[in-house]
Design a protein around this ligand. Structure first.
Ligand code: PMP
Ligand code: GLU
Length: 402
């Protein structure tokens, strides 16, 4: 066994398993044993994909869209994406700037692999989404994490971001709205980031805007819309969150042509174009009325308010009010050093998550996965009754720690 494992590449041996996927897997395993587990570890909308999008996919099959597509996506889909960028983000792209991929995850991986050489540094704004760090490591880049604190809505100061930039920095990578914190960058904060880019002309920003529509504070702002840096920004988006299409696997990026061409090249060797049927359905999603997406966001906001209210009776959880996405990211360090009634020690967020999984049968993700060891991530993308039940269980399980 050890013999065989040693044949694996260094690259995979040093890679961590995705903890969002790992905790969801553990929850499914318990559920398969007949245990009533509430899974709040996986970040995906619980709503079905809107009907008109599903109908468009059926039509695509009947119309014979079953062949390989151009690597970077169907031309009319790329046009629809350009129209979306112009309508929602004020970014003007031509189809040659767009690459459609198998999820935003692949769009991010494409961009990082195309920009980062071994030894290059990538400044990651933390707490960050799980996969950023591992994708950077896969490219043999060096992640340099700059984390915000709860007191500042988990946004690091622009001074700290700039201080993290060195001669080796190639990329600054962030999500807004943020997974896991729900922090949303304002126009002023993005203007400050643009100024930093101007002072560091060799740095490219990768802006992950996948939660764009799940914004509770008003207008989404895009770094790529700022004229003086528009040639230095890769904007990532996709259908998974805003259109409840996680399983369909479609993400995309808009980037300067030289980066888009490189992403097209790498994708041509890895996966080719994404699913033809999904691409046809995506045109319908992007071109039709955003009513269903807005309605989902309204429901997420109601749930956010409901779970924050529930948290008030759990004094050990210290929350920031998330302005977007669908996660609570409470600090839980007041429980560290305590024991369960059975005598299990809770030394860190992973211990706490395992305790909640095994005793409360609620699955959440340890903050270590997001670069915040004092936190846990709780998704509120679940039905109201499930959320209410989950928070009751969490409260009871935390109350008996001593
Ligand atoms: N970025 C962030 C911040 C995410 O939370 C996710 C969720 N999976 C992704 C990218 C990737 O999304 P997908 O590959 O499903 O498009
Ligand atoms: N983005 C989601 C999450 O953070 C889905 C899981 C994943 O792709 O890692 O939970």
């Amino acid at each position: 066994m050890t013999e065989t494992k040693s044949l694996l590449s260094h690259r995979i041996l040093v890679m961590e398993e995705s903890q969002t996927i790992g905790m969801a897997k553990k929850a499914r395993e318990l559920a398969a044993k007949g245990i009533d587990v509430i899974n709040l570890s996986f970040g995906e909308p619980d709503f079905p994909t809107p009907l008109h999008i599903r109908e468009a996919a059926k039509k695509a099959i009947d119309e014979g869209y079953t062949f390989y597509t151009p690597v970077a996506g169907y031309p009319d889909l790329k046009k629809a994406i350009c129209a979306k960028f112009s309508r929602d983000n004020g970014i003007s792209f031509a189809p040659e700037n767009i690459v459609v991929s198998t999820g935003a995850k692949q769009s991010i991986a494409n961009a990082v692999l195309c920009l980062v050489d071994p030894g290059d540094e990538v400044v990651i704004i933390g707490p960050y989404w799980v996969s950023y760090l591992e994708i950077v490591k896969l490219a043999e880049g060096i992640p340099v994490v700059v984390s915000g604190k709860i007191e500042n809505s988990y946004k690091p100061s622009i001074k700290d971001v700039e201080a993290a930039i060195s001669d080796k920095t190639k990329v600054v990578l962030y999500s807004s709205p943020s997974n896991p914190t729900g922090a949303v960058f304002t126009k002023e904060e993005l203007e400050d980031l643009a100024d930093v880019l101007i002072r560091h002309p060799k740095v490219i920003a990768i802006a992950d805007e996948i939660y764009e529509y799940i914004n509770f504070v008003g207008k989404h702002e895009s770094l790529g819309a700022i004229e003086r840096v528009k040639d230095r920004v890769v904007t990532i988006n996709g259908l998974s969150k805003g259109f409840a299409m996680t399983g369909w696997r479609l993400g995309y990026l808009g980037a300067p042509k030289w980066i888009a061409d490189a992403c097209d090249k790498i994708q041509g060797q890895f996966t080719s174009g994404t699913n033809s049927i999904t691409q046809r359905a995506a045109i319908t999603a992007l071109e039709s009325d955003l009513g269903p997406s807005r309605e989902m966001t309204k429901r997420f906001k109601e749930r956010r308010d409901m779970v924050l209210e529930k948290c008030k009776s759990i004094p050990g959880l210290r929350n920031m009010v998330p302005d977007g996405a669908f996660y609570l990211f409470p600090e839980v360090s007041s429980y560290f050093g305590k024991k369960s009634p059975e005598g299990e020690a809770i030394s860190n967020a992973t211990d706490l998550c395992m305790y909640l999984l095994n005793h409360a049968h609620v699955s959440v993700v340890p903050g270590e996965a997001f670069g915040a060891a004092q936190c846990i991530r709780i998704s509120f993308a679940a039905a109201d009754e499930k959320l209410a039940e989950a928070f009751d269980r969490i409260q009871k399980a935390l109350e008996v720690l001593h």
